[in-house]
Design a protein around this ligand. Structure first.
Ligand code: SF4
Length: 210
């Protein structure tokens, strides 16, 4: 395929810059402990300074991959597919999720919500970032709100975001990994004082798995 054709396919969401894909245990949020196949799509311009997947940012470094190949592969491993990034909503997620749904797979997304919501999702984990706020529509449909806490100011941001989500949305505070020792006590105290929140830990990192 010539380069322009590839770009057109990526534009339509029929190909995606695939950074990595792997079968593991979901470590975070409501579905923690569940075996799932992760599809990590490249491309993100949100620019979190503590981001632990900065290699994902430049979509051009990840090979454009046909979604049918991605789906065929994913279906071999799990009924639960987690699409993450990078920021997956950089791209049109409609074709990928249609193809996953044709195989009766559960579709989960982890997103900052910074771009318009595309795709059909069984589970939406909204993890908003201060420097590029979510588009309004996603607050109504998010199943969980996961705010990463790097310092105490993030708790104020967490409350601002919690005020915007739908009533059924489950609220999580998750320590940013590199400062977990400092931040976990802060989160524990906060959740006990404000029990509408729950603690989310990156349990896959404690388990030493991807
Ligand atoms: S939104 Fe996610 S991938 Fe993008 S910079 Fe922030 S943490 Fe990294």
């Amino acid at each position: 395929m010539v380069e322009e054709e590839v770009l057109r396919e990526v534009d339509k969401g029929l190909m995606l810059p695939l950074m990595e894909e792997f079968y593991t245990i979901q470590g975070e949020g409501y579905h923690k402990g569940t075996a799932a196949y992760f599809i990590r799509v490249g491309g993100c311009d949100v620019g979190c300074h503590w981001c632990d997947v900065k290699e994902s940012w430049n979509a051009g470094t990840h090979p454009p991959t046909a979604i049918n190949d991605i789906v065929e592969n994913a279906a071999k491993y799990s009924n639960t597919i987690v699409v993450t990034g990078g920021e997956p909503l950089t791209w049109n997620m409609d074709p990928l999720t249609s193809a996953l749904k044709e195989k009766n797979l559960s579709t989960h997304i982890e997103t900052s919500g910074a771009y318009p919501l595309t795709g059909t999702w069984d589970w939406i984990c909204l993890s908003p970032k201060k420097n590029k706020l979510p588009e309004e529509r996603i607050y109504d449909v998010a199943h969980e709100l996961k705010v990463i806490v790097y310092n105490k100011h993030d708790l104020i941001f967490a409350e601002e975001q919690a005020a915007k989500v739908n009533v059924d949305c489950i609220l999580y505070l998750q320590p940013e990994w590199s400062v977990r020792d400092k931040v976990v006590p802060l989160i524990v105290d906060y959740v006990m004082a404000n029990p509408k929140w729950k603690v989310s830990l990156q349990t896959h990192k404690y388990l030493n798995i991807p």
